[in-house]
Write a protein that binds this ligand. Structure first.
Ligand SMILES: Cc1ncc(COP(=O)(O)O)c(C=O)c1O
Length: 381
């Protein structure tokens, strides 16, 4: 029995976004970030679509994510965005992934795994985000170590901490620091290879960050890096989340709904039950915030807390609602739209967390009106 709730992914929107972004950054390379199952969109389908639409490379967070892409036949370069644990280096090498390195121990582990092969690696430099990456002072020594150990230094990169806040000075400071690191390598006779710094916000808001390659995640999926940001580039949201009304019922004035009976109706009300809950990625608090869903082309508020598998919507006003009617949680219905940014703002979080939150229990339905088949054939062995 198919579930009466699903995540729909518009691959034509992904293709459009990738082609738009690739055109914008050319001649820089476009590396599409498909970690966390393609930000919840399905890594395989996104990867195939992105490569067919002009992406040059893919990036993941984990060796396992890269292995999954190899297992289904992708042969494009796959960058692992952080240094893999030492005991994962052999798997990364076997899968011909491109690891990030940022410590002497990591470089040595990569060299052991490569066993004499000139395995391409990228050196990550922390220019101010202070999460991972070597210090700027250590970069030259580590780049030299990569070469001394017989590895190939294919790229050097950094990651921007506030690129989505265009008025802050730290992005320019990070880029200036990165430039100094690159210059120190060149002065020492080391070719840094592919230099990269930009995520989606870097690419969209800081021309100087584009360099030789950009690593684009959220914009691939048609979502702005920050809810407050107006992006002047034509990208289209790829994800729609829908369900079908499972029950319709009436309650009297004064009754409450859902766990805690926290929402009480001050009039008799009509309710529609929607078979999807926080175990699917609809945050429990959305109900207390009276977030809207769309039914019959009209906005309807969620009432009471979202439960693990179901939520309740008030449908007292507006057109009659029946069992089986389509409910749009994220996406368009008629001339109305609920965006991930709307949820992110209500919940005080970011769109990334909402997208990644839609769990594996929800089936993914990939829609493709335009064929990307020629590209698929070229990207899988
Ligand atoms: C190192 C690195 N580069 C690029 C990205 C892509 O970022 P965005 O989704 O903002 O484009 C990420 C995502 O977190 C990342 O960790």
């Amino acid at each position: 029995m198919p579930r009466h709730a699903a995540v729909h992914v518009d691959l034509d929107a992904v293709a459009h976004n990738v082609a738009t972004l690739a055109g914008l950054v050319a001649p820089a390379e476009l590396c599409v970030v498909v970690k966390a199952d393609g930000y919840g969109h399905g890594a395989e389908d996104v990867a195939a679509t992105a490569l067919a639409a002009g992406a040059d490379r893919l990036a993941v967070a984990l060796v396992e994510e890269g292995q999954e892409l190899r297992d289904v036949g992708f042969d494009a370069p796959v960058l692992v965005l952080s240094q893999p644990p030492a005991d994962a280096m052999a798997d990364a090498f076997a899968a011909t992934l491109t690891p990030t390195v940022d410590t002497a121990a990591g470089i040595d582990a990569a060299a052991r795994a490569a066993d004499g092969a000139a395995w391409p690696v990228h050196l990550k430099v922390d220019t101010g985000m202070h999460r991972v990456g070597c210090t700027p002072a250590d970069a030259l020594g580590l780049a030299r170590r990569v070469l001394d150990r017989g590895l190939a230094l294919e790229g050097v990169f950094t990651h921007l901490a506030v690129a989505d806040e265009p008025d802050r000075p730290e992005t320019d400071e990070q880029l200036a620091c990165f430039d100094r690191v690159l210059a120190s390598l060149v002065a020492d006779g080391i070719d840094p290879g592919v230099r990269h710094a930009a995520n989606s916000a870097g690419l969209l808001l800081h021309d100087a960050a584009r360099m030789d390659m950009v690593r684009v995640g959220i914009a691939t999926y048609g979502v702005a890096p920050s809810s407050d940001l107006h992006i002047d580039v034509d990208i289209r949201p790829a994800m729609t989340v829908t369900a079908e009304v499972s029950h319709v019922r009436s309650v009297d004035a004064g009754e409450g709904v859902s766990y805690g009976l926290r929402h009480r109706f001050d009039r008799s009300a009509r309710l529609a039950v929607v078979p999807l809950g926080y175990a699917d990625g609809v945050p429990r608090r959305l109900g207390e915030l009276s977030a809207d869903v769309l039914i019959g082309g009209v906005r309807r508020p969620i009432r009471g807390v979202v439960t693990m598998d179901q939520l309740v919507v008030e449908v007292t006003d507006g057109p009659e609602v029946a069992v089986g009617d389509e409910v749009v949680l994220i996406g368009r219905q008629g001339d109305q739209e609920v965006t991930v940014d709307e949820w992110a703002k209500l919940l005080g979080t970011i769109s990334y967390e909402i997208l990644c939150g839609f769990g594996p229990r929800l089936p993914r339905r990939h829609l493709r009106r335009v064929s990307h088949a020629a590209g698929d054939a070229g990207t899988r062995s």
